[in-house]
Write a protein that binds this ligand. Structure first.
Ligand SMILES: Cc1cc2nc3c(=O)[nH]c(=O)nc-3n(C[C@H](O)[C@H](O)[C@H](O)COP(=O)(O)OP(=O)(O)OC[C@H]3O[C@@H](n4cnc5c(N)ncnc54)[C@H](O)[C@@H]3O)c2cc1C
Length: 377
C-alpha cells in the first residue's frame, strides 16, 4: 500500500503543494488521482464499491500521503472520504449505502462533515441547528463553523437537533444525523481566512430553510450523537498519523539540511545541539505511531479503542508539531522562507492540535475514563 500511495504522491511534488498553498486552489488533480486508483473507498465495504479494508490500512495510506510532503493540504483533501461516511456504513440502510457510498468512492462526489457550531464549541450537546419534521421531509435552520471542504463538497454529513435538550433524558439525546445534498440555494458557505492549509477551505455555513428528505436521515431520529461517535475514534487515529507523517517529512528535510549547511567551518548537523532535538523528535514520532497503530488495530478488531485513539491523537499532534518547529529552527532564517517548505508544515501542524478535539479535552477524557477521576467539564 505504501509503495502504491508513494507512487501517486510522487506526481505531486513540493512545488505543487507550495503553489496550492499560495493560490488556495483545491487539489482536484490529487483527489482524482487517488479516486481513479480506487483509494477513496479504502474503508468502504466491497459490496458498495470500496476495498473493504480497515482503519489500519487507512492509517498507512493517510500517513504516507502526509509524509510525502502533501501534509494536511493533501490529507485533508481526502480525509472525509476515508473515514467520514462510517456512520452510513454502520447505521445506514442498504438503500442508503447503495445511493450514498459509490459516488464518494469514485470521486464523483465530495462530502464535508458539519458538526461544529459557533455557540457550542466542543460542547456538542449544545448544538442549536434545528431540523423540524414536516411530513416526508425536515426543514433545517442554523449555523455551522469551521466546516472543511464545504466550498467544493456536493454532500454533507450534518448533525442537527430534532428535540430540545430540555425535553430529552440526556443532553446528547435529541440530535439527528443526515447525509444530504449541500444545496447552495439554502446554505451560504463563507470561507474563513486561516493560518495554513489554504488549499483545503474551512467555512462558516448559514443554513436557511434547507429541505432534507426523511430518507437522508441516518438511523433513528434522536440518536445522531451515538452514530457520529462511531466516526470519532477513527478520525482521531487518522489525524494522529497525518500529523506524524507531516512530522516525518519535516524531520527528513531538517536532517538533509543539517548535513549540507556549513557554518563555523562544519556542517551544523555535527553539533549535538542540532542533532539531539532531531533525534528526540524521531523517537517521539515513532512512539506516537505505535500508539496510533495499536488504536487502529483495536478499532478494526472490535476492541474498545477510546483511550488509545485519544492518546494517539494527542501524542501524534504534539510530536508532529514539535518536529515541524524543530525543522524550522534547524533551518535558521531559511526555515522562515516558503521555498524551504518547513514553515508551511509548521502552520499545518497546528490543525492536528486543535481539531477535531483539543489537547485539553483529551487530557480531561484520559483523566476521567482511564484514571477514574471526577469529570471536570
Ligand atoms: C482548520 C480546521 C478545520 C476544521 N474542520 C472541521 C470540520 O470539517 N467539521 C467540523 O465540524 N469542525 C471542524 N473544525 C472544528 C474543530 O473541531 C473545533 O475547532 C475544535 O473541536 C475546537 O472547538 P472550538 O474551536 O469551538 O473551541 P472551544 O470549544 O471554544 O474551546 C476553546 C478553548 O478552550 C478549551 N476548553 C474548553 N472547555 C475546556 C475545559 N472544560 N477544560 C479545559 N479546556 C477547555 C479548549 O480546549 C480550547 O482550547 C475545524 C477546525 C479547524 C481549526
Amino acid at each position: 500500500m505504501r509503495d502504491a500511495i508513494e507512487k501517486i504522491c510522487a506526481r505531486f511534488g513540493d512545488d505543487y503543494w507550495l503553489k496550492r498553498d499560495s493560490d488556495g486552489e483545491f487539489p482536484h488533480e490529487f483527489h482524482r488521482a487517488l479516486a481513479s486508483d480506487g483509494w477513496l473507498g479504502v474503508c468502504i465495504p466491497e459490496s458498495y464499491g470500496g476495498s473493504g479494508l480497515g482503519i489500519s490500512e487507512a492509517a498507512v495510506m493517510m500517513h504516507t500521503i502526509a509524509e510525502s510532503g502533501a501534509g494536511f493540504s493533501g490529507a485533508s483533501a481526502v480525509h472525509m472520504n476515508i473515514f467520514g461516511l462510517n456512520p452510513v456504513v454502520v447505521y445506514g440502510t442498504d438503500e442508503q449505502k447503495r445511493r450514498m457510498l459509490p459516488p464518494i468512492v469514485t470521486g464523483k462526489e465530495k462530502a464535508c462533515f458539519a458538526v461544529t457550531e459557533p455557540n457550542a464549541g466542543l460542547e456538542t450537546a449544545k448544538l442549536q441547528t434545528r431540523a423540524e419534521r414536516r411530513g416526508d421531509r425536515y426543514i433545517v435552520n442554523g449555523a455551522k463553523i469551521w466546516i472543511s471542504t464545504a466550498q467544493v463538497a456536493d454532500k454533507m454529513l450534518i448533525l442537527t437537533r430534532t428535540a430540545p435538550a430540555e425535553q430529552t433524558r440526556k443532553p446528547t439525546d435529541g440530535l439527528s444525523l443526515f447525509f444530504t445534498a449541500l444545496d447552495r440555494r439554502f446554505v451560504e458557505v463563507r470561507e474563513i481566512e486561516k493560518m495554513g492549509r489554504k488549499a483545503v477551505d474551512s467555512n462558516q455555513m448559514f443554513i436557511d430553510n434547507l429541505e432534507v428528505p426523511a430518507e437522508d436521515r441516518i438511523g433513528e431520529e434522536g440518536l445522531g450523537f451515538k452514530y457520529i461517535i462511531d466516526g470519532f475514534n477513527p478520525e482521531r487515529i487518522l489525524v494522529a498519523v497525518e500529523a506524524i507523517g507531516l512530522g516525518r517529512a519535516a524531520l527528513k528535510r531538517a536532517a538533509a539540511y543539517a548535513k549540507e549547511r556549513v557554518v563555523f567551518g562544519r556542517p551544523i548537523g555535527k553539533n549535538q545541539a542540532i542533532q539531539h532535538p532531531l533525534a528526540e523528535c524521531w523517537m517521539e514520532l515513532e512512539a506516537a505511531k505505535l500508539v496510533a497503530m495499536k488504536a487502529a488495530w483495536q478499532y478494526d478488531n472490535g476492541v474498545p479503542c477510546g483511550p488509545a485513539a485519544n492518546a494517539a491523537k494527542y501524542l501524534g499532534a504534539e510530536a508532529g508539531f514539535k518536529a515541524c518547529q524543530t525543522a524550522v529552527m534547524t533551518h535558521g532564517g531559511y526555515g522562515y522562507a516558503k521555498e524551504f517548505h518547513v514553515e508551511r508544515y509548521l502552520r499545518e501542524s497546528m490543525i492536528a492540535r486543535i481539531a477535531p478535539v483539543t489537547p485539553h479535552l483529551i487530557l480531561c477524557f484520559i483523566a476521567e475514563k482511564v484514571l477514574g477521576l471526577p469529570k471536570s467539564y
